[in-house]
Design a protein around this ligand. Structure first.
Ligand SMILES: [Zn+2]
Length: 456
C-alpha cells in the first residue's frame, strides 16, 4: 500500500448519550484543567438559530468536544465525533509524538484546548500537549506531544448505541525508550517510501515579471502562536493577503502566495516553491509571542545566518523551525537538499540582497508600525534557506503584548502596515534594477533573483 501509513486502523461506529456526556464533562472539567471547548457550551444550549451553521459543518465529520483521562500509567485522549471515522496512528521521535491521521474533519473546538495544561495537572500523564487540524485536502491529523515514550494501545472509534455519534479514543501506555525507538523506526521506513512518490513536481517556467512570493506562516494543523483567542496562522494570512492585494495593483510584479487558504505547507515545500517559482523576493510573515515578557513589543525583520545574531533571534528561529514537527512531520520528510548544492558566491549575493531588503523594510515599517528595540536580526530560519532567493521573515509583533495584539487584529492597522510592506518591496525592486544593470556588465555573474530556469 504505497503512500499509506497504517499501523493501527479502526473503523468505528457510535453512540450519542450527548446530554449525559456533556453533564459528565462539565462536572469533570475543572479537575482536568483544560479549557472547555466553545462547542461544549454550544451543545448545552442547543440554539435553534445555529442550525444552518451546523448543517454547513456536517459536510465533514465533526469533533465536538475533547477531554483527557488519566488512570495509572495510561492516558486517554477522547474526541467526541458526529460520526465514526477511520484512523491510522504511528509514533515519531525528535520530539516524541503520537500522530493520528483521519479523513478531513471539522474540529468545532477551542484551538487552545490542546495547549499544555497549567497547574499541577501538567506534571501527570503522558500527554504534554496536542494539536488538531487539517494537514492536506481531504486529510486531518491529531498530533500529541509526549512527555515520555509511549505506545498506542488503541486509536479507534468506540461504538455507542444511539444516533450515530462516536468517540475517538486514543489510549497511550508508558513504554521504554528502546521499544519506542523500534516503533519510530518502522514509521520512518513507511514515511520515506511515501515521500518518494511525492517528489516529481516540475519547476514552472520563469515569469518575465519579477515574482514576489508572500509566505503566510503556519496553516492547517499548525496554528503557530496562540494568545487569548489570537491565532498566528489566521492573523498572518490576513496580513499576507493584504500585502499581495496591494502588490497586484502594480503590473510590474507577479505575486504568488505559498498558501491561499488555511492549509498546512511544510517549510521545505515553501523553500521549494520559492526556488522552482523563480521568486525574486520571498517574504515570510509571522507573529511572535513571549509568555514571560508581555512588555516586549514591535516588529522584527529576520534574515538567515549560520549563527544567530543574538539569543532572542535563536529562540525565534527555533520556534518557527518547529512548524513541521508541530504538524507531525518526521525529519525524513524534509525534502530540502539545499545545503548540498550551494555555490558560495550565489549564497553570499543572495544574503546581501536579503539584508538590503531587510533594511529597506525596517525603514518603511517604522512609518506605520512599531519596531522592536532591535528590529533587524538574523538566525538559522529553515524557511529562508533558498540559496538563490533573497528572503526575509517579518515578525509583525508580539501576540503577548496588548498593544501589538490589538494592532494585529485591527483591519485599519493591517491596511496601513501592509501598504508599507508593499511600498518597501517596490522600493527594493526599484533600487535592485539599477544594481542589476551594473552587475550585467560582468558576463560571468548572474544577478540574484534572475537565475535562469533550472540553473544554479
Ligand atoms: Zn510563526
Amino acid at each position: 500500500m504505497p503512500g499509506c501509513i497504517f499501523f493501527y486502523r479502526a473503523a468505528c461506529s457510535t453512540t450519542a448519550k450527548l446530554l449525559a456526556l456533556v453533564v459528565a464533562l462539565a462536572a469533570a472539567w475543572p479537575a482536568l484543567e483544560i479549557p472547555i471547548p466553545a462547542a461544549l457550551f454550544f451543545s448545552l444550549s442547543l440554539p435553534a438559530e445555529a442550525a444552518p451553521e451546523l448543517s454547513e459543518a456536517t459536510e465533514h465529520p465533526a469533533a465536538n468536544a475533547v477531554r483527557l483521562e488519566q488512570s495509572g500509567e495510561r492516558t486517554k485522549l477522547i474526541f467526541e465525533l458526529s460520526t465514526s471515522v477511520e484512523s491510522a496512528s504511528f509514533v515519531l521521535a525528535d520530539p516524541d509524538r503520537v500522530i493520528v491521521d483521519l479523513p478531513q474533519m471539522d474540529f468545532l473546538l477551542d484551538p487552545e484546548s490542546g495547549k499544555p495544561a497549567k497547574g499541577p495537572h501538567r506534571k501527570t500523564g503522558l500527554i504534554a500537549a496536542f494539536r488538531f487540524g487539517q494537514l492536506a485536502p481531504g486529510k486531518s491529523r491529531i498530533v500529541i506531544d509526549l512527555r515520555a515514550p509511549a505506545r498506542v494501545l488503541r486509536a479507534a472509534c468506540e461504538k455507542s448505541d444511539g444516533d450515530g455519534h462516536a468517540s475517538l479514543v486514543i489510549e497511550l501506555a508508558k513504554t521504554d525508550r528502546a521499544d519506542f525507538r523500534a516503533a519510530v523506526q518502522i514509521a520512518r521506513m513507511q514515511l520515506s517510501s511515501a515521500t518518494q512518490t511525492k517528489k516529481d513536481q516540475k519547476p514552472q517556467p520563469a515569469s518575465i515579471k519579477p515574482v514576489v512570493m508572500i509566505d503566510p506562516g503556519h496553516g492547517g494543523i499548525d496554528r503557530g502562536a496562540m494568545v487569548k483567542g489570537l491565532v498566528e496562522k489566521d492573523l498572518v494570512f490576513d496580513f499576507a493577503k493584504a500585502v499581495a492585494a496591494k502588490l497586484e495593483t502594480d503590473a510590474r510584479f507577479k505575486v504568488v502566495m505559498t498558501r491561499d487558504d488555511d492549509s498546512f505547507v511544510p517549510l521545505s515545500e515553501r523553500v521549494r516553491m520559492a526556488r522552482d517559482g523563480h521568486a525574486a523576493l520571498f517574504v515570510s510573515i509571522h507573529a511572535d509571542t513571549l509568555s514571560e515578557a508581555s512588555d516586549v513589543s514591535g516588529a522584527t525583520v529576520y534574515t538567515v545566518s549560520d549563527r544567530a545574531s543574538d539569543a532572542e533571534a535563536a529562540r525565534v528561529a527555533q520556534t518557527e523551525n518547529q512548524a513541521d514537527a508541530a504538524a507531525g512531520l518526521d525529519k525524513t520528510e524534509d525534502a530540502s537538499d539545499v545545503s548540498d548544492i550551494l555555490f558560495d558566491l550565489t549564497r553570499r549575493e543572495t544574503r546581501a540582497y536579503s539584508h538590503f531588503f531587510a533594511h529597506t523594510l525596517t525603514n518603511y515599517w517604522r512609518v506605520a508600525g512599531r519596531l522592536n528595540k532591535n528590529p533587524q536580526r538574523s538566525a538559522g530560519f529553515r524557511v529562508l534557506k533558498a540559496p538563490d532567493v533573497p528572503s526575509v521573515l517579518l515578525e509583525l509583533g508580539y501576540l503577548s503584548n496588548q498593544t501589538d495584539g490589538q494592532a494585529l487584529s485591527s483591519a485599519q492597522w493591517r491596511d496601513k502596515a501592509s501598504s508599507q510592506v508593499a511600498e518597501a518591496i517596490e522600493a527594493f525592486f526599484a533600487s535592485r534594477e539599477s544594481t542589476t544593470t551594473l552587475i550585467k556588465t560582468d558576463p560571468d555573474q548572474v544577478p540574484v533573483g534572475k537565475i535562469p530556469p533550472g540553473g544554479e
